[in-house]
Design a binder for this molecule. Structure first.
Ligand code: IPE
Ligand code: IPE
Ligand code: MG
Length: 261
């Protein structure tokens, strides 16, 4: 397809999406980088590098559409088990991303956040991450971009349970005061609304320890497109799919229709 035709298709799809309901929070499992590269005879890291172009494109598109939160699974607690070289290359790419995106995030009023066991990250990632979080936190923001880094949902729930238990043991919290909100405040995603839509690219149909608590009522979408090819068109198509669904939250279709008048 010619570039002009592709741009027109994208504009038409964008206009269609804008006419529908825009979710507040989209969370993505950015999978398929390694296989994308291997299929081209390239080293896996080339897939991760190309994947960071999708991060830029999707972030920009999400912001333009008016999402209030975008959460990207960038590195899982289990990914620490990958070969040392791949972990090192991923950390280098993260550092590069954090150093290069400052102007883009600030100019577009995007606040950067991170969720995960951040203490495990090497200082070459932790430092620019803390710096960028600090800079963007001090400015007005129209969207929060959260990187799930060294993130595992079970690890997160264990962490929250420990925090609740120690407050109860110390007499700072009554056991009866523990409810969904109180637990939610101790998750690494505290402050974020629950995701409305969770997308996984790359063809696998699993959550891989991502947002297990938070996604209790999220719409799930699994697409075969590998993350490096997802880009704006991938996000827009996913939102069209989301807009065709009916979210019932346990109620009947008739009740939902009546509520939306
Ligand atoms: C996702 O791509 C990125 C990370 C997990 C860091 P993968 O590296 O898992 O790519 P595949 O699944 O092997 O293709
Ligand atoms: C999930 O992808 C984690 C990220 C995308 C960061 P994985 O590739 O690590 O998941 P599994 O191993 O296929 O479940
Ligand atoms: Mg994978």
């Amino acid at each position: 397809m010619k570039d002009g035709a592709r741009a027109r298709d994208l504009d038409a799809l964008r206009a269609e999406v804008r006419r529908g309901r825009i979710p507040a929070h989209v969370a993505i499992v950015m999978d398929g980088n390694g296989r994308w590269a291997e299929a081209r005879g390239l080293p896996r890291v080339a897939g991760h590098r190309e994947g960071s172009e999708s991060v830029r494109a999707v972030t920009r598109e999400a912001r333009k559409l008016g999402l209030s939160a975008l959460t990207l699974y960038a590195f899982s607690a289990q990914n620490w088990l990958r070969p040392r070289d791949e972990v090192g290359a991923l950390m280098d790419l993260l550092r590069e991303y954090l150093l290069s995106e400052r102007a883009e995030l600030c100019d577009n009023q995007i606040r950067l956040e991170a969720a995960g066991d951040l203490a495990r990250l090497p200082s070459r990632v932790r430092e620019p991450l803390a710096e960028l979080r600090g800079v963007t936190a001090g400015r007005p923001a129209r969207m929060v971009l959260t990187l799930a880094l060294s993130y595992g949902s079970r690890e997160e729930i264990v962490h929250a349970a420990r925090s609740l238990a120690s407050d109860v043991a110390a007499g700072r919290l009554a056991a009866e005061a523990i409810d969904e909100e109180e637990l939610g405040r101790r998750l690494w995603t505290a402050g974020l609304p629950d995701p409305d839509l969770v997308i996984r690219t790359g063809g696998e149909r699993r959550l891989s320890n991502y947002l297990l608590w938070q996604a209790a009522y999220a719409e799930l979408l699994f697409v075969d497109t590998p993350w490096p090819e997802f880009r704006e068109i991938g996000l827009l198509s996913a939102l069209r799919d989301f807009q065709r669904r009916e979210r019932r939250f346990g109620k009947t279709s008739a009740q939902v229709a009546a509520e939306h008048g």
